[in-house]
Design a binder for this molecule. Structure first.
Ligand SMILES: [Zn+2]
Ligand SMILES: [Zn+2]
Length: 422
């Protein structure tokens, strides 16, 4: 099976400036990039729209494919581009089914991507491009289940977000953190959004990524990549939003609970998981609904207020039991009432650490995000927790790590590292 998502719609244009007066000025879309693609004699301009883009294609040579297309059909829709993880495997799979290809091998496309076209005779008249985007770090989507006593633990993916590298590492100098996670040309680092699914007697979901409500401008600033998102991840686990019984918030920042609500067909905000009871910490809820200047940008009311209105919210205190074996534990620090979730089965312990250990690069005790409101509290919790996790061989789930889902913290000769499990 080829996992393909709509990456962009290509539009052949004759006069780019005139086109931009509609797509950019009248529709208000943001122009992300404009780049000459030498191999195809075109200039490509991308306008992101939610999780896909419109690509305006202008010919730079009279014998380019775009020039010939415009000559034959006039300007207009030119192709659909589908994003795939492994373009070579996708081409081989299509060829094995007798699908006629224009490119049997990928060629270089815009923004470092590799692309290949399928012949329109095989696609009922639609020119289809496959694209495999360039990635700077290995990306990790939904992980295979891990058994822990009666539970099955599945680290899901709601795609990727790019946050300012300096903000993610607080007072740690860039000279140190940049060697762990390389920043892009806008100083951002790639971060996963990895909710955890606990399958037992109930299906419990901890956090839900940033969801699909973000406007195009913010999606661009945060480099949101959600061509693969939580619905895909749940489907891979054999579930849909209807199957979730309990949804838990580690804290109420938008990159963790944006996926708690969505808009219905009339544009009203509704709980995204229709059958679920939602659990949040009482004081975290108070802080999120009474934001101040320092945390207001992280607490978007549309992500959680509709839950209270729908009557599906349960507020709990420190150490609350969410289900037998699944409990809240206050770490504080990042927000005063930030929770990690402990999953206990006999002698085995797993922990969803949320923004206490957002990535494996945040293992050293003083390496914490600049967003942490109470950094000294973070430090105290991390110091004690690390000792406990090493001694107890805790299985740690990393919510923002782009290239690993879970691992065990080890210490040898005073040096710590994470041993990968998934
Ligand atoms: Zn946070
Ligand atoms: Zn976060």
């Amino acid at each position: 099976m080829i996992r393909a998502y709509l990456d962009h719609v290509g539009v052949a244009v004759v006069d780019l400036d005139a086109s931009l007066r509609f797509f950019r000025d009248a529709l208000g879309l943001h122009v992300e990039a404009s780049e000459a693609v030498a191999s195809q004699h075109v200039r490509a301009t991308f306008l992101p729209m939610g999780f896909s883009s419109i690509e305006l294609l202008e010919s730079t040579s009279p014998d380019s494919p775009i020039a010939r297309f415009v000559e034959a059909h006039g300007p207009g829709m030119h192709h659909l581009a589908l994003r795939v993880d492994d373009i070579r495997a996708a081409l081989a799979a299509l060829e094995a089914r007798g699908v006629r290809l224009i490119d049997r091998h990928p060629r270089p496309g815009a923004e470092g991507a590799e692309v290949a076209f399928i012949h329109p005779s095989a696609t009922h008249g639609v020119l289809v491009e496959l694209t495999q985007p360039a990635v700077r770090v290995p990306r990790f989507l939904t992980a295979a289940p891990i058994s822990l006593g009666p539970f099955e633990l599945i680290s899901l993916s709601d795609g990727f977000i790019h946050l300012d590298g300096g903000a993610m590492f607080g007072v740690v100098p860039r000279a140190l953190w940049a060697s762990k996670i390389a920043p892009d040309d806008r100083h951002r680092i790639p971060l996963g959004m990895r909710p955890l699914l606990i399958r037992g007697e109930q299906n419990i979901l901890i956090d839900a990524g940033c969801g699909d409500k973000m406007d195009a401008r913010s999606a661009d600033i945060y480099g949101l990549e959600r061509t693969y998102h939580l619905d895909h991840a749940l489907a891979e686990a054999g579930l849909s939003a209807d199957d979730i019984d309990v949804v838990v918030a580690s804290h109420l920042h938008f990159d963790h609970v944006g996926g708690f609500t969505s808009r219905d067909s009339q544009g009203r905000l509704v709980p995204r998981f229709p059958r679920a009871r939602y659990v949040a910490h009482r004081q975290e809820w108070h802080d999120a609904t009474h934001p101040h200047e320092r945390n207001r940008a992280s607490y978007l009311q549309e992500n959680f207020q509709p839950l209270e209105e729908a009557g599906v919210l349960t507020l709990v205190g420190d150490g609350a039991e969410i289900a037998p074996g699944v409990t809240f534990r206050r770490s504080g620090g990042h927000t005063p009432h930030h929770q990690v979730v402990m999953i206990q089965a006999g002698a085995e312990t797993a922990v969803f650490t949320a923004d206490m250990y957002p990535t494996t690069a945040h293992i050293p005790d003083p390496w914490m995000t600049g967003y942490d409101l109470l950094p000294v509290q973070s430090l105290e919790f991390k110091r004690a927790f690390a000792r406990e996790a090493i001694a107890g061989e805790y299985l740690i789930f990393f919510e923002h790590e782009p290239s690993m889902a879970a691992g065990r913290l080890r210490e040898q000769n005073g040096r710590r590292h994470v041993e990968r499990v998934r």
